[in-house]
Design a protein around this ligand. Structure first.
Ligand SMILES: [Zn+2]
Ligand SMILES: [Zn+2]
Length: 162
């Protein structure tokens, strides 16, 4: 099943040892050069597009890193979340230019929808538990999780896994 999920990714996926990730991080999406811009508050999309156009921002390729120490189901659901980020960057979604909370909401929305549509209730269950844990955090991950837990999608996921 994880092979199927890897095929959905618009960017290369690598499985890495935990020391290649931040502590407690199961995976991460690196948007490559695109990541530079949101951290420069004075720069906007038009400036980014201009830099891309003149070729300044083409050197770093985006990719997804997933921890090799995760269980099979955790790998699958983490990978789906990171693919959600990658797809948002690919389609230049608004969340990439808003704050981190919206990026997390979109990534989880993608992961939950995919698990739901493909009837992977075991991975879905893990994902729901993980989001519940995140909802207790006092940061943008927590805010995003609390938002997700109020959606119709969440209710549907709970119903299916019951
Ligand atoms: Zn998005
Ligand atoms: Zn994320």
């Amino acid at each position: 099943m994880i092979e199927e999920v890897i095929k959905l990714s618009p960017v290369p996926v690598v499985f890495v040892a935990d020391d290649k990730l931040e502590p407690n991080e199961g995976g991460c999406y690196s948007p490559g050069s695109a990541q530079v811009i949101p951290h420069w508050p004075v720069l906007h999309k038009a400036v980014f597009n201009f830099y891309s156009w003149i070729g300044v921002l083409k050197e770093i390729t985006p990719y997804i890193k997933i921890s090799d120490s995760l269980s099979y189901h955790e790998k699958t659901s983490t990978l789906l979340h990171e693919i959600g980020h990658a797809l948002c960057w690919k389609k230049n979604c608004d969340c990439c230019w808003k704050n981190k909370k919206y990026r997390e909401i979109h990534a989880d929305e993608y992961a939950l929808n995919w698990l739901l549509e493909n009837n992977l209730s075991k991975s879905l269950q893990k994902k729901l538990l993980y989001i519940k844990c995140l909802s207790e955090q006092n940061n943008y991950h927590g805010e995003a999780a609390r938002h997700t837990m109020k959606t119709e999608l969440w209710i549907e996921c709970i119903r299916i896994t019951r």
